[in-house]
Design a protein around this ligand. Structure first.
Ligand SMILES: [Zn+2]
Length: 297
């Protein structure tokens, strides 16, 4: 799909869908600030509408007692799906974090699990987008229904940093925060796949490279995109926790539930007190509890 088709898709959906239109319009009024944590510049976004995701109860009994909002029968009447890859539908996310924010939902109700190789086809069909996947214990607010999301890579500080610093001719095809000499509050694996025998070999072993244990336990965030040199890029952020110890809406707590977007450097705060109150120290702690630590050199 080209960018004009995708923009038209969003525009048509917003024209006929008051809830989504109101939330996209509200995005223009969201407050943002940023802070520097080592080599990662982290944005903080005050986005009250995201309470539906950040505050979602993800325990088994809460999940089983609510209708699944990604199943076609339960979706809002206005929401239209586009066939993008066999078995998956592209949907406009009605609770956006960025002006372009898609959900890509499986056509069947099945758990958020494994590494979805279809993400590679999605990334090829959605040029100029990063397709990402929250493991079931890594920020997914709907872990019972398999889904990915897609946004523009320039919105994500971690993708910008990796694209700038992980150059295959200097660093090889597999890199971590440490091998790139980055000062980071959490670690990642970055893999560059080129269309040759080496690329095919890397792709065959991608689960081992990203972390088979993390993938099988749902403790990973995965990002896939094609860069301007038409190389396929895959990044995994291994996780140790779904939510940080400070999670909550109490006076001393913070309602932050890191998924792919937060781990990529944009922290979403539905509550104003967290937006204004979070310090660099708080955010470093959230990252170090949810991610795995590299050396903070
Ligand atoms: Zn479902």
């Amino acid at each position: 799909m080209n960018m004009t088709d995708l923009r038209d898709f969003i525009d048509v959906q917003l024209q006929g869908w008051p809830l989504a239109r109101a939330n996209y319009q509200a995005l223009g009024r969201t407050r943002r600030r940023s802070m520097v944590l080592g080599d990662l510049t982290v944005g903080i976004q005050h986005n009250p509408a995201r309470i539906v995701s950040t505050g979602a109860k993800t325990d088994a009994s809460s999940i089983s007692s609510r209708p699944c909002f990604l199943c076609k029968d339960n979706r809002p009447a206005e929401q239209v799906g586009i066939d993008i890859v066999p078995g998956w539908e592209l949907l406009v996310n009605p609770y956006p974090i960025f002006p372009t924010h898609f959900t890509i939902a499986s056509k069947t109700h099945q758990p958020q699990a494994g590494f979805q190789l279809d993400m590679i086809t999605m990334a090829e069909r959605l040029p100029e987008h990063t397709v990402f996947f929250n493991g079931s214990k890594s920020g997914a607010s709907c872990p019972d229904h398999l889904h990915c999301q897609a946004v523009k890579p320039h919105e994500l500080p971690l993708m910008r940093l990796i694209a700038e610093r992980h150059l295959p001719e200097e660093n090889g095809y597999i890199a971590t925060a440490a091998t790139l000499g980055l000062k980071m509050p959490f670690d990642f694996r970055s893999v560059i796949i080129t269309p040759n025998a080496l690329g095919m070999e890397l792709l065959k072993n991608i689960e081992v490279i990203l972390g088979r244990e993390e993938i099988s336990s749902g403790l990973i965030n995965i990002y896939v995109w094609t860069d301007e040199c038409r190389r396929l890029r895959i990044v995994g952020v291994p996780r140790r926790a779904h939510r940080p110890s400070c999670y909550g809406d109490g006076a001393e707590e913070h309602l932050v539930s890191p998924g792919c977007i937060d781990m990529a450097g944009v922290i979403i705060t539905p509550l104003e007190k967290d937006y204004t109150g979070l310090t660099a120290e708080n955010i470093e702690k959230i990252y170090s509890e949810c991610g795995k630590n590299p050396d903070m050199r």
